[in-house]
Design a protein around this ligand. Structure first.
Ligand SMILES: NC(=O)c1ccc[n+]([C@@H]2O[C@H](COP(=O)([O-])OP(=O)(O)OC[C@H]3O[C@@H](n4cnc5c(N)ncnc54)[C@H](O)[C@@H]3O)[C@@H](O)[C@H]2O)c1
Ligand SMILES: [Zn+2]
Length: 371
Protein backbone atom coordinates (compact mmCIF):
# COMPACT_ATOMS: atom_id res chain seq x y z
CA UNK A 1 0.00 0.00 0.00
CA UNK A 2 1.40 3.35 -0.99
CA UNK A 3 1.22 6.29 1.40
CA UNK A 4 -1.41 7.84 -0.82
CA UNK A 5 -3.86 5.04 0.11
CA UNK A 6 -3.70 5.75 3.80
CA UNK A 7 -6.47 7.91 5.14
CA UNK A 8 -5.27 11.05 6.96
CA UNK A 9 -4.81 10.23 10.59
CA UNK A 10 -6.02 12.68 13.18
CA UNK A 11 -6.83 12.41 16.85
CA UNK A 12 -8.46 14.83 19.20
CA UNK A 13 -7.01 14.42 22.64
CA UNK A 14 -8.26 15.98 25.79
CA UNK A 15 -6.33 16.00 29.02
CA UNK A 16 -8.85 16.17 31.80
CA UNK A 17 -6.41 15.61 34.63
CA UNK A 18 -5.45 19.21 35.50
CA UNK A 19 -9.08 20.17 35.87
CA UNK A 20 -10.22 16.83 37.27
CA UNK A 21 -12.79 17.02 40.04
CA UNK A 22 -11.14 17.25 43.41
CA UNK A 23 -13.04 16.96 46.68
CA UNK A 24 -11.96 19.29 49.47
CA UNK A 25 -13.14 18.44 52.96
CA UNK A 26 -12.46 20.70 55.92
CA UNK A 27 -13.56 19.18 59.19
CA UNK A 28 -12.04 19.32 62.65
CA UNK A 29 -11.41 15.71 63.68
CA UNK A 30 -11.68 14.39 60.11
CA UNK A 31 -8.52 12.32 60.54
CA UNK A 32 -10.41 10.02 62.89
CA UNK A 33 -12.57 9.01 59.91
CA UNK A 34 -9.84 8.97 57.27
CA UNK A 35 -10.60 5.39 56.12
CA UNK A 36 -14.24 6.26 55.40
CA UNK A 37 -13.26 9.42 53.48
CA UNK A 38 -10.77 7.45 51.37
CA UNK A 39 -13.36 4.76 50.68
CA UNK A 40 -15.80 7.43 49.49
CA UNK A 41 -13.52 9.63 47.40
CA UNK A 42 -10.40 7.59 46.55
CA UNK A 43 -11.19 3.88 46.82
CA UNK A 44 -8.14 1.71 46.10
CA UNK A 45 -6.98 -1.83 46.82
CA UNK A 46 -3.77 -0.49 48.37
CA UNK A 47 -2.56 2.79 49.88
CA UNK A 48 0.93 4.22 50.24
CA UNK A 49 1.05 6.80 53.02
CA UNK A 50 3.93 9.26 52.62
CA UNK A 51 5.11 11.42 55.53
CA UNK A 52 8.32 13.03 56.67
CA UNK A 53 9.78 11.50 59.84
CA UNK A 54 8.32 14.16 62.15
CA UNK A 55 4.78 13.96 60.81
CA UNK A 56 4.93 10.15 60.52
CA UNK A 57 5.24 9.92 64.29
CA UNK A 58 2.56 12.57 64.97
CA UNK A 59 -0.08 11.71 62.36
CA UNK A 60 1.14 9.49 59.49
CA UNK A 61 1.32 6.21 61.39
CA UNK A 62 -2.16 6.83 62.85
CA UNK A 63 -3.52 7.29 59.31
CA UNK A 64 -1.78 4.09 58.21
CA UNK A 65 -3.22 2.12 61.16
CA UNK A 66 -6.72 3.51 60.55
CA UNK A 67 -6.71 2.41 56.91
CA UNK A 68 -5.27 -1.01 57.77
CA UNK A 69 -7.90 -1.44 60.51
CA UNK A 70 -10.57 -0.80 57.87
CA UNK A 71 -9.22 -3.81 55.98
CA UNK A 72 -7.12 -2.11 53.27
CA UNK A 73 -3.40 -2.78 52.85
CA UNK A 74 -1.61 0.46 53.75
CA UNK A 75 2.12 1.06 54.07
CA UNK A 76 3.87 4.06 55.56
CA UNK A 77 6.83 5.42 53.57
CA UNK A 78 8.94 8.08 55.28
CA UNK A 79 11.79 10.44 54.44
CA UNK A 80 13.75 12.95 56.57
CA UNK A 81 11.94 16.30 57.09
CA UNK A 82 12.93 19.54 55.42
CA UNK A 83 13.04 21.32 52.07
CA UNK A 84 16.55 19.91 51.47
CA UNK A 85 14.93 16.48 51.04
CA UNK A 86 12.46 17.60 48.35
CA UNK A 87 15.02 16.49 45.79
CA UNK A 88 15.49 14.11 42.89
CA UNK A 89 17.31 11.44 44.94
CA UNK A 90 14.51 11.22 47.54
CA UNK A 91 11.90 11.28 44.76
CA UNK A 92 13.52 8.29 43.04
CA UNK A 93 13.74 6.50 46.42
CA UNK A 94 10.03 7.08 46.83
CA UNK A 95 9.24 5.76 43.33
CA UNK A 96 11.36 2.66 44.01
CA UNK A 97 9.54 2.13 47.32
CA UNK A 98 6.17 2.38 45.52
CA UNK A 99 7.42 -0.18 43.00
CA UNK A 100 8.62 -2.51 45.76
CA UNK A 101 5.28 -2.54 47.62
CA UNK A 102 4.06 -2.98 44.82
CA UNK A 103 1.47 -0.19 44.71
CA UNK A 104 -0.10 -1.13 41.36
CA UNK A 105 -1.77 1.13 38.80
CA UNK A 106 -4.98 1.23 40.82
CA UNK A 107 -3.20 2.13 44.05
CA UNK A 108 -3.39 5.48 45.81
CA UNK A 109 -0.67 7.70 47.28
CA UNK A 110 -1.72 9.60 50.42
CA UNK A 111 0.52 12.53 51.41
CA UNK A 112 0.24 13.26 55.14
CA UNK A 113 2.34 16.31 55.95
CA UNK A 114 3.36 19.79 54.92
CA UNK A 115 4.04 21.21 51.48
CA UNK A 116 7.33 19.36 51.12
CA UNK A 117 5.59 16.01 51.54
CA UNK A 118 2.62 16.96 49.38
CA UNK A 119 4.81 18.31 46.57
CA UNK A 120 7.15 15.31 46.45
CA UNK A 121 4.53 12.59 47.03
CA UNK A 122 2.27 14.28 44.48
CA UNK A 123 5.01 14.31 41.86
CA UNK A 124 5.72 10.64 42.62
CA UNK A 125 2.00 9.88 42.20
CA UNK A 126 2.04 11.80 38.89
CA UNK A 127 4.96 9.75 37.58
CA UNK A 128 4.43 6.30 39.08
CA UNK A 129 2.75 4.00 36.53
CA UNK A 130 2.19 7.21 34.50
CA UNK A 131 -0.08 8.55 37.19
CA UNK A 132 -1.88 6.99 40.15
CA UNK A 133 -4.57 8.41 42.40
CA UNK A 134 -3.40 10.92 44.96
CA UNK A 135 -4.81 12.30 48.22
CA UNK A 136 -3.53 15.26 50.24
CA UNK A 137 -3.81 15.33 54.02
CA UNK A 138 -2.11 18.65 54.80
CA UNK A 139 -0.78 19.09 58.35
CA UNK A 140 0.76 22.59 58.14
CA UNK A 141 -1.32 25.76 57.80
CA UNK A 142 0.67 26.62 54.67
CA UNK A 143 -0.22 23.29 53.08
CA UNK A 144 -3.90 23.60 54.12
CA UNK A 145 -4.39 27.05 52.60
CA UNK A 146 -1.89 26.85 49.76
CA UNK A 147 0.40 23.93 48.86
CA UNK A 148 -2.20 21.12 48.94
CA UNK A 149 -4.60 23.07 46.72
CA UNK A 150 -4.34 23.48 42.98
CA UNK A 151 -2.64 20.36 41.69
CA UNK A 152 0.92 21.65 41.38
CA UNK A 153 3.52 19.08 42.41
CA UNK A 154 7.31 19.44 42.29
CA UNK A 155 10.76 18.72 43.55
CA UNK A 156 13.75 21.07 43.68
CA UNK A 157 16.73 20.80 41.31
CA UNK A 158 20.23 22.21 41.73
CA UNK A 159 19.29 24.99 39.30
CA UNK A 160 16.23 26.09 41.28
CA UNK A 161 13.27 25.34 43.51
CA UNK A 162 10.25 23.46 42.12
CA UNK A 163 11.99 23.12 38.75
CA UNK A 164 10.79 19.58 38.01
CA UNK A 165 7.15 18.73 38.53
CA UNK A 166 3.71 18.13 37.09
CA UNK A 167 0.11 19.16 37.43
CA UNK A 168 -1.58 16.26 39.21
CA UNK A 169 -4.84 17.00 41.00
CA UNK A 170 -5.52 15.10 44.20
CA UNK A 171 -8.81 13.19 44.31
CA UNK A 172 -9.32 14.43 47.84
CA UNK A 173 -7.84 17.10 50.08
CA UNK A 174 -8.71 16.17 53.64
CA UNK A 175 -8.09 19.08 56.01
CA UNK A 176 -8.24 18.42 59.74
CA UNK A 177 -7.31 21.67 61.56
CA UNK A 178 -6.76 19.65 64.77
CA UNK A 179 -3.46 18.46 63.27
CA UNK A 180 -2.18 22.04 63.69
CA UNK A 181 -2.13 21.56 67.48
CA UNK A 182 1.38 20.11 67.17
CA UNK A 183 2.66 22.66 64.63
CA UNK A 184 5.42 25.02 65.87
CA UNK A 185 4.54 28.76 65.89
CA UNK A 186 7.13 29.63 63.23
CA UNK A 187 5.51 27.16 60.82
CA UNK A 188 2.06 28.57 61.61
CA UNK A 189 3.36 32.04 60.73
CA UNK A 190 4.30 30.88 57.21
CA UNK A 191 0.68 29.89 56.59
CA UNK A 192 -0.62 33.14 58.09
CA UNK A 193 1.41 35.18 55.59
CA UNK A 194 -0.36 33.32 52.76
CA UNK A 195 -3.75 33.95 54.42
CA UNK A 196 -3.00 37.71 54.59
CA UNK A 197 -2.13 37.49 50.89
CA UNK A 198 -5.49 35.87 50.13
CA UNK A 199 -7.34 38.70 51.86
CA UNK A 200 -5.19 41.30 50.12
CA UNK A 201 -5.79 39.94 46.62
CA UNK A 202 -9.41 38.92 46.87
CA UNK A 203 -11.48 39.85 49.92
CA UNK A 204 -11.27 43.05 52.00
CA UNK A 205 -13.87 41.72 54.46
CA UNK A 206 -11.74 38.66 55.15
CA UNK A 207 -8.65 40.87 55.47
CA UNK A 208 -10.36 43.09 58.07
CA UNK A 209 -11.79 40.09 59.94
CA UNK A 210 -8.37 38.48 60.19
CA UNK A 211 -6.81 41.75 61.36
CA UNK A 212 -9.45 42.05 64.11
CA UNK A 213 -9.01 38.40 65.13
CA UNK A 214 -5.21 38.19 64.95
CA UNK A 215 -4.85 37.53 68.68
CA UNK A 216 -7.42 34.70 68.68
CA UNK A 217 -5.84 33.18 65.56
CA UNK A 218 -2.36 33.31 67.12
CA UNK A 219 -3.79 31.64 70.24
CA UNK A 220 -5.16 28.98 67.89
CA UNK A 221 -8.76 29.50 68.87
CA UNK A 222 -10.41 26.61 66.96
CA UNK A 223 -13.35 28.57 65.52
CA UNK A 224 -11.07 31.39 64.32
CA UNK A 225 -8.51 29.03 62.76
CA UNK A 226 -11.26 27.03 61.05
CA UNK A 227 -12.77 30.18 59.54
CA UNK A 228 -9.37 31.38 58.36
CA UNK A 229 -8.69 28.07 56.64
CA UNK A 230 -12.15 27.97 55.06
CA UNK A 231 -11.93 31.50 53.63
CA UNK A 232 -8.41 30.98 52.31
CA UNK A 233 -9.34 27.63 50.73
CA UNK A 234 -12.33 29.32 49.09
CA UNK A 235 -10.17 32.11 47.66
CA UNK A 236 -7.30 29.94 46.43
CA UNK A 237 -9.51 27.24 44.91
CA UNK A 238 -11.70 29.87 43.24
CA UNK A 239 -8.69 31.33 41.43
CA UNK A 240 -7.28 27.90 40.57
CA UNK A 241 -10.63 26.65 39.23
CA UNK A 242 -10.77 29.62 36.85
CA UNK A 243 -7.16 29.10 35.72
CA UNK A 244 -6.00 25.54 36.46
CA UNK A 245 -2.90 25.65 34.24
CA UNK A 246 -1.66 29.12 35.24
CA UNK A 247 -2.45 30.79 31.92
CA UNK A 248 -3.46 34.11 33.51
CA UNK A 249 -5.42 34.87 36.66
CA UNK A 250 -3.49 32.38 38.79
CA UNK A 251 -0.60 34.86 38.65
CA UNK A 252 -2.50 36.86 41.31
CA UNK A 253 -1.43 34.26 43.87
CA UNK A 254 2.12 35.50 43.29
CA UNK A 255 1.37 38.80 45.04
CA UNK A 256 4.39 39.50 47.28
CA UNK A 257 6.14 36.43 45.96
CA UNK A 258 8.32 37.91 43.22
CA UNK A 259 10.11 40.10 45.77
CA UNK A 260 9.91 37.27 48.32
CA UNK A 261 11.81 34.90 46.06
CA UNK A 262 14.45 37.60 45.49
CA UNK A 263 14.75 38.17 49.25
CA UNK A 264 14.93 34.44 50.00
CA UNK A 265 17.66 33.94 47.41
CA UNK A 266 19.62 37.06 48.42
CA UNK A 267 19.57 35.90 52.05
CA UNK A 268 20.77 32.41 51.11
CA UNK A 269 17.37 31.14 52.32
CA UNK A 270 18.15 32.35 55.86
CA UNK A 271 14.84 34.28 55.75
CA UNK A 272 11.89 31.91 55.94
CA UNK A 273 9.20 31.91 53.27
CA UNK A 274 6.39 33.51 55.30
CA UNK A 275 8.66 36.34 56.43
CA UNK A 276 9.86 36.90 52.88
CA UNK A 277 6.25 36.97 51.61
CA UNK A 278 5.30 39.50 54.31
CA UNK A 279 8.16 41.80 53.28
CA UNK A 280 7.42 41.12 49.61
CA UNK A 281 3.80 42.23 49.94
CA UNK A 282 4.82 45.50 51.59
CA UNK A 283 7.45 46.18 48.91
CA UNK A 284 5.09 45.31 46.05
CA UNK A 285 2.26 47.42 47.50
CA UNK A 286 4.74 50.30 47.79
CA UNK A 287 5.78 49.83 44.15
CA UNK A 288 2.13 49.88 43.15
CA UNK A 289 1.53 53.09 45.09
CA UNK A 290 4.56 54.76 43.49
CA UNK A 291 3.27 53.76 40.04
CA UNK A 292 -0.22 55.06 40.83
CA UNK A 293 -1.60 51.56 40.29
CA UNK A 294 -2.29 50.90 43.96
CA UNK A 295 -4.42 53.06 46.23
CA UNK A 296 -2.35 55.17 48.65
CA UNK A 297 -2.37 53.70 52.15
CA UNK A 298 -2.48 50.07 50.99
CA UNK A 299 1.09 49.29 52.12
CA UNK A 300 0.25 50.92 55.47
CA UNK A 301 -2.79 48.66 55.96
CA UNK A 302 -0.75 45.60 55.03
CA UNK A 303 1.90 46.55 57.56
CA UNK A 304 -0.65 46.91 60.35
CA UNK A 305 -2.10 43.46 59.67
CA UNK A 306 1.27 41.76 59.26
CA UNK A 307 2.48 43.36 62.49
CA UNK A 308 -0.61 42.05 64.30
CA UNK A 309 0.52 38.56 63.31
CA UNK A 310 4.11 39.21 64.37
CA UNK A 311 5.28 39.09 60.77
CA UNK A 312 8.04 41.45 59.50
CA UNK A 313 6.95 44.63 57.73
CA UNK A 314 10.13 45.67 55.92
CA UNK A 315 13.28 43.99 54.59
CA UNK A 316 16.18 43.76 57.08
CA UNK A 317 18.67 46.65 56.85
CA UNK A 318 21.58 44.34 56.04
CA UNK A 319 19.79 42.96 52.99
CA UNK A 320 21.61 44.12 49.84
CA UNK A 321 19.09 45.54 47.30
CA UNK A 322 21.56 44.72 44.49
CA UNK A 323 21.50 41.06 45.49
CA UNK A 324 17.68 41.06 45.42
CA UNK A 325 17.65 42.72 41.98
CA UNK A 326 20.23 40.21 40.78
CA UNK A 327 18.01 37.35 41.97
CA UNK A 328 15.00 38.98 40.25
CA UNK A 329 16.87 38.98 36.95
CA UNK A 330 17.13 35.20 37.07
CA UNK A 331 13.40 34.98 37.86
CA UNK A 332 11.40 33.51 35.01
CA UNK A 333 9.14 36.57 34.93
CA UNK A 334 12.05 39.01 34.50
CA UNK A 335 12.42 40.73 31.16
CA UNK A 336 15.31 43.03 30.26
CA UNK A 337 15.44 45.68 32.97
CA UNK A 338 11.92 45.11 34.24
CA UNK A 339 10.15 42.52 36.34
CA UNK A 340 6.44 41.75 36.07
CA UNK A 341 4.51 41.88 39.34
CA UNK A 342 1.02 40.77 40.32
CA UNK A 343 0.09 44.05 42.02
CA UNK A 344 -3.15 44.90 43.79
CA UNK A 345 -5.37 47.94 43.21
CA UNK A 346 -6.29 48.07 46.88
CA UNK A 347 -6.84 45.63 49.73
CA UNK A 348 -9.22 42.98 48.38
CA UNK A 349 -8.98 44.07 44.73
CA UNK A 350 -6.29 42.58 42.49
CA UNK A 351 -4.84 43.94 39.30
CA UNK A 352 -7.13 43.53 36.32
CA UNK A 353 -6.16 41.45 33.27
CA UNK A 354 -3.42 40.92 32.07
CA UNK A 355 -2.87 40.49 35.84
CA UNK A 356 0.79 41.56 35.99
CA UNK A 357 2.54 44.90 35.54
CA UNK A 358 6.12 45.63 34.45
CA UNK A 359 8.18 47.53 37.02
CA UNK A 360 11.64 48.93 36.10
CA UNK A 361 14.39 47.58 38.34
CA UNK A 362 15.60 51.05 39.51
CA UNK A 363 12.17 51.65 41.07
CA UNK A 364 12.35 48.32 42.89
CA UNK A 365 15.89 49.12 44.03
CA UNK A 366 14.71 52.45 45.44
CA UNK A 367 11.78 50.84 47.26
CA UNK A 368 14.04 48.19 48.81
CA UNK A 369 16.45 50.90 49.95
CA UNK A 370 13.94 53.26 51.50
CA UNK A 371 11.62 50.79 53.26
N1 LIG B 1 2.36 22.94 45.23
C1 LIG B 1 2.09 24.20 45.53
O1 LIG B 1 1.21 24.82 44.92
C2 LIG B 1 2.85 24.86 46.63
C3 LIG B 1 2.43 26.11 47.11
C4 LIG B 1 3.14 26.67 48.17
C5 LIG B 1 4.24 26.03 48.71
N2 LIG B 1 4.62 24.81 48.20
C6 LIG B 1 5.78 24.10 48.76
O2 LIG B 1 5.49 23.77 50.12
C7 LIG B 1 6.72 23.63 50.81
C8 LIG B 1 6.60 24.31 52.17
O3 LIG B 1 5.56 23.70 52.88
P1 LIG B 1 5.57 23.62 54.46
O4 LIG B 1 5.85 24.95 55.01
O5 LIG B 1 4.34 22.92 54.86
O6 LIG B 1 6.89 22.78 54.75
P2 LIG B 1 7.18 21.32 55.35
O7 LIG B 1 6.40 20.28 54.64
O8 LIG B 1 8.66 21.16 55.35
O9 LIG B 1 6.66 21.42 56.85
C9 LIG B 1 7.30 22.31 57.73
C10 LIG B 1 7.82 21.59 58.98
O10 LIG B 1 6.72 21.30 59.83
C11 LIG B 1 6.72 19.94 60.23
N3 LIG B 1 5.31 19.57 60.42
C12 LIG B 1 4.39 19.41 59.45
N4 LIG B 1 3.18 19.22 59.99
C13 LIG B 1 3.35 19.23 61.33
C14 LIG B 1 2.46 19.10 62.42
N5 LIG B 1 1.14 18.97 62.25
N6 LIG B 1 2.99 19.15 63.67
C15 LIG B 1 4.32 19.33 63.85
N7 LIG B 1 5.20 19.49 62.85
C16 LIG B 1 4.70 19.44 61.60
C17 LIG B 1 7.45 19.22 59.15
O11 LIG B 1 8.04 18.03 59.62
C18 LIG B 1 8.49 20.25 58.73
O12 LIG B 1 9.62 20.16 59.56
C19 LIG B 1 7.80 24.21 49.93
O13 LIG B 1 8.57 23.17 49.40
C20 LIG B 1 7.03 24.91 48.82
O14 LIG B 1 7.72 24.91 47.59
C21 LIG B 1 3.95 24.23 47.18
ZN1 LIG C 1 4.11 31.30 49.31
Amino acid sequence: MSRGDVAPFSLSLSFPRPTEACEIILERGALGRVAAFLEAYAPAPRYAIVSDGTVAALHGSAVQRAIAAAGRPAELLTFPPGEANKNAARWVELLEALGDLPLGRDGCVVAVGGGVTGDMAGFAAAAFARGVAFVQVPTTLLAMVDAALGGKTAIDLGAGKNLAGAFHQPRLVLIDPATLDTLPDAELADGLAEAVKHGAIADAGYFDWMTDHAAAILERDPASLDRLIEDSVRIKTGIVARDPLEAGERALLNFGHTIAHGIEQASGYAIRHGHAVAMGMVVEATLGERLDLTRPGTAHRLRATLAAFGLPISPPHDLDPDAVIHALQSDKKARAGVTHYALIQQIGTPASPPWTHPVPHPLTHAALQTL
